[in-house]
Design a protein around this ligand. Structure first.
Ligand code: GLU
Length: 484
């Protein structure tokens, strides 16, 4: 219970992040009729390990580093989820994030259980050589404890990690094991030259774009929130220019025609109601080490204040718990698109529902990363690049069809027209095309399913998304016959 001296945010933190995820789960579970024991099993975090290990700093000193890995649900295997390097990493965060992974995978029909891991460091304070030692030792600990493997538990990038770290993880794992043909599939998000899949780096951001585009496509929904359908010209504020935020903002601007009016980063935020060019802001930040003082934009010194800017769509794309009961009443956005995991606390969620703000929930919206991780994992297990065997065939086939139509029609096509049609149509899909189209299809399909549940049960999008996840996980438990 909050005392008068406590801020709302402090009262929320006493519930913990995992407690908040479970609160959202319980709200949705009340709209299902699954057995209580089954619901309990879905909610529980199966395994969690915490370990400490020494690493040598570049100056020769020894530092003890703390690592974690949580495997939330084994209803499907392997378990899957990112590795985060951040000072916020603790047991509660790992349990909450691994639970969100279970629900996320279920919502987009990716056949994995949920997991998450992390190392409690601020990666900016370590050299590349030190980060390599930390990552290798962390992987060694996971392997020894049987918390990594193509069929066991498959890490991926998250906050503070990227393809470089994934390559180190893969290399360490392959060196530790016996000759395992599938060892490359022990981790996803790898560089393309080392078993990665084209399109994985931008996948979460691209998925965020497909999800928002789909949400804005329904006339009835947009009318309810007083907005015009479509993304064109929508004003967007985004928090975080990391891997997720950068690609989401870039694609929303370039492919969706949206207007990015505000961008927030650690050092502060910038605002220009006429619109900011994402690429120019990134270049400015590279040159000056800050997004502040971008030509033509207003500086906002306190980054968090940017969340309260007027806009159609607010996209928190950094860390959890940034919209709390303290700042939720000041939010002016009509739609909040949760690109980060858990950016809105459960109390803030109540306030925003009350204010009729539409929330596109994290468990759906940022599932693009794990969806494309699934494509990478499949590629590694099949040992062939997606599209390798079919691309040329598809290309030739389209050409053959056009030439046949030309033969069959009474009047021959104009030769130039025929050649230009062949050029346009005879196109075989490469790996990136297949990955993006699989991602688009997944995000669109999942949105439709959630929206249907929302209409049928008359609930908000987050509750509908959790209902979708609960139904799918409960079904797989029931099909396995674990609960007779
Ligand atoms: N860390 C990402 C997430 O939170 C990706 C996980 C994965 O690809 O396994 O969804």
């Amino acid at each position: 219970m909050a005392t008068t001296t406590q801020t709302n945010a402090q009262a929320e933190s006493s519930l913990g992040f995992f407690g908040q995820v479970n609160k959202m789960f319980d709200r949705a579970a009340a709209h299902t009729d699954h057995d209580r024991g089954v619901l309990h099993q879905i909610r529980a975090c199966d395994n969690i390990i915490r370990f400490e290990f020494p690493i040598q700093r570049d100056d020769g000193s020894i530092q003890v580093v703390r690592g974690y890995r949580g495997e939330h649900s084994h209803h499907m295997q392997p378990t899957k989820g990112g590795i985060r390097y951040a000072t916020s990493v603790n047991v509660d965060e790992v349990m909450a994030l691994s639970a969100l992974m279970s629900y996320k995978c279920a919502i987009v029909d990716v056949p994995f259980g949920g997991a998450k891991g992390g190392v409690c460091i601020d990666a900016r304070n370590y050299s590349i050589a030190e980060l390599k030692r930390i990552t290798r030792r962390y992987t060694f600990e996971l392997a020894r404890k049987d918390f990594i493997g193509p069929g066991t538990d498959v890490p991926a990038p998250d906050y503070g990690t990227g393809e470089r770290e994934m390559a180190w993880i893969m290399d360490t794992y392959t060196q530790l094991g016996d000759e395992d043909l599938n060892a490359l599939a022990c981790v996803t998000g790898k560089p393309v030259g080392q078993g990665g899949v084209r399109g994985r780096t931008e996948a979460t951001g691209r998925g965020v774009y497909y999800g928002i585009r789909e949400a804005c496509a329904y006339d009835k929904d947009m009318e309810r929130f007083g907005l015009e359908p479509g993304l064109e010209g929508k004003n967007i504020v985004i928090q975080g220019l990391g891997n997720v935020g950068y690609h989401a903002a870039r694609i929303l601007e370039a492919e969706g025609g949206a207007n990015i009016v505000g961008i927030a980063e650690i050092e502060g935020a910038i605002y220009d109601p006429d619109g900011l060019s994402v690429e120019d802001v990134v270049a400015h930040r590279q040159d000056t080490d800050s997004i502040l003082d971008f030509p033509g934009a207003e500086n906002i010194k306190t980054s968090a204040k940017a969340l309260e800017l007027p806009c159609d769509i607010l996209i928190p794309a950094a860390l959890e718990g940034v919209i709390t009961a303290d700042n939720a009443p000041n939010i002016q956005a009509t739609i909040i698109a949760e690109a980060a995991n858990g950016p809105v606390t459960s109390q803030a969620d109540d306030i925003l529902q009350e204010k009729q703000v539409m929330i596109i929930p994290d468990v759906y919206l940022n599932a693009g990363g794990v969806t494309v991780s699934y494509f990478e994992w499949l590629r590694n297990l099949s040992h062939v690049r997606h599209g390798r065997m079919s691309r040329r065939f598809e290309e030739r086939n389209a050409e053959r069809i056009l030439r046949a139509v030309d033969e069959l029609t009474a009047e021959d096509f104009n030769e130039d027209l025929l050649e230009s049609l062949i050029e346009q149509v005879s196109f075989g899909a490469g790996e990136r095309d297949l990955v993006n189209s699989g991602l688009e299809d997944t995000m669109t399909q999942a949105y439709r399913e959630i929206r249907e549940i929302r209409e049928e049960k008359d609930v908000d999008m987050r509750t509908a998304a959790f209902v979708s996840a609960i139904d799918k996980i409960a079904n797989s438990y029931e099909q396995m016959g674990i609960f007779p």
